[in-house]
Design a protein around this ligand. Structure first.
Ligand code: ADP
Ligand code: MG
Length: 308
C-alpha cells in the first residue's frame, strides 16, 4: 500500500487499515486482513470462482452526488451479482481503493459501513485489499472469491434452441431510479423504492445458487448493461438465436430493455423445467436456432447501455 496522505482520518495508511480491521473482525476460519495474503480453507469437490469489477469516479458515479454508504454497498453488490450469475456462493472479497485527498470528513467511514452492511447480509468476509492515494479521482476495485460444486457453475454457453429466456425480476427500475435522481430526487415512496433499486441493488445470490441446482437451467448471466445487449452475450457464447418480447409484465418504464444496472439474473431453461423452478421469474423470450435476435411485435432494434 502506498497511501501517503496524512490522516486517513488520523493515523495514515496503517490507521486506516487498523480501523478496517476493527470494523471487520475475523469470525470465520478465513485469515484475512493484516498479512501479505489472505488464507482461505479449501474443500475437495468444490470449484473456486473469482471475479473483479472496478468503479471509477466520473465514469460509474459522481462523487458529489453519491452517498458513501450506498457506494460502499454497491461496490460489493455488483461483484456479488457476478458470483450469483454463475450459481456461486460468495466467500470473501478484496477491496482496493485509490483515494483522492479531497474526500469529505467521515466519507470513508460511511463507505466502509455500507461495505460492511452488504458483506454481513451476504455472509462474505472482507479478506484484504490495497490502499493508495490518487491525484484527483476515486477508484474502487473489488475482487470476489466464491465457490460452487465442481462442474456446477452455470455459464453463458449452454443455451439450447427451445429454451425459455427468463429473468428473476422487473427490468428497468434501476434506470427509472437514475432518472428520478437526475430529475431532482424522489417525491414519494415509489420514487424512493426506484432510487434504492439503483443505488442498493440486491444481488440475486440465493436465486443464482438455486437455479444452478436445477438440471433444466442451461445458461445464466447477470444483467448489467440491459437485456437488449446482454442477451447477445448468451447468443454468442451458446451459438444460438433468440426471439424476445418487446412488451412484457417484467418490463418497467422506458429503459426496461436498454437501461443498465438491473442486476437481475437472465437465464435459459428447458420448457419442461420452467413451471417448477424454485425461484420467482418472468418468461421474456425463447432461444432459437436462427443465430439472430428478433423482437416480437416491434420493428425497433433495441440497444443496451454502452460504456464507451
Ligand atoms: P502490502 O504492502 O503487503 O501490500 P498493505 O500495507 O497494502 O500490505 O496492507 C496491509 C494489510 O491490509 C493487508 O493484509 C491488506 O490485505 C490489508 N488492506 C490494505 N488495504 C485494504 C483495504 N482497502 N481493505 C481491506 N484490507 C486492506
Ligand atoms: Mg498493498
Amino acid at each position: 500500500m502506498t497511501y501517503m496522505k496524512e490522516d486517513i482520518r488520523s493515523g495514515g495508511e496503517f490507521g486506516f487499515i487498523s480501523e478496517i480491521r476493527k470494523m471487520f473482525p475475523e469470525k470465520t476460519s478465513i485469515k484475512g486482513i493484516g498479512d501479505d495474503c489472505a488464507i482461505l480453507p479449501q474443500r475437495s469437490g468444490l470449484s473456486t470462482l473469482m471475479s473483479t469489477d472496478m468503479l471509477v469516479e466520473d465514469i460509474h458515479f459522481i462523487l458529489s452526488k453519491t452517498d458513501p454508504f450506498r457506494l460502499g454497498w454497491k461496490s460489493l453488490a455488483v461483484n456479488l451479482s457476478d458470483m450469483a450469475a454463475m450459481g456461486g456462493k460468495p466467500v470473501a472479497s478484496l477491496l482496493s481503493l485509490a483515494l483522492p485527498s479531497n474526500l469529505p470528513a467521515g466519507w470513508l467511514e460511511r463507505f466502509m459501513e455500507g461495505y460492511r452492511d452488504i458483506s454481513a447480509r451476504y455472509d462474505t468476509v472482507l479478506a484484504g485489499g490495497d490502499t493508495s492515494s490518487s491525484k484527483d479521482r476515486l477508484f474502487i476495485s473489488v475482487a470476489v472469491v466464491g465457490e460452487c460444486p465442481e462442474g456446477g457453475a452455470l455459464t453463458r454457453a449452454g443455451a439450447r434452441p427451445g429454451d425459455l429466456v427468463c429473468v428473476t425480476g422487473i427490468l428497468g427500475e434501476s434506470a427509472a431510479g437514475l432518472d428520478i435522481i437526475l430529475g431532482g430526487g424522489a417525491r414519494n415512496e415509489e420514487d424512493l423504492r426506484l432510487v434504492r433499486r439503483h443505488f442498493m441493488p440486491e444481488p440475486r445470490v440465493r436465486e443464482g445458487q438455486l437455479l444452478a441446482s436445477v438440471p433444466g437451467v442451461h445458461s445464466m448471466m447477470d444483467l448489467s448493461d440491459g437485456v437488449a445487449s446482454d442477451i447477445r452475450r448468451i447468443m454468442e457464447e451458446s451459438s444460438v438465436g433468440a426471439e424476445m418480447d418487446s412488451r412484457n409484465p417484467a418490463y418497467f418504464g422506458e429503459h426496461a430493455l436498454d437501461g443498465g444496472e438491473d442486476y437481475e439474473l437472465l437465464f435459459t431453461v428447458d420448457p419442461s423445467a420452467q413451471k417448477s423452478l424454485p425461484v420467482e421469474h418472468f418468461v421474456i423470450g425463447k432461444i432459437t436456432d436462427s443465430g439472430r435476435l428478433v423482437w416480437r411485435d416491434s420493428d425497433r432494434d433495441f440497444c443496451g447501455f454502452r460504456h464507451f
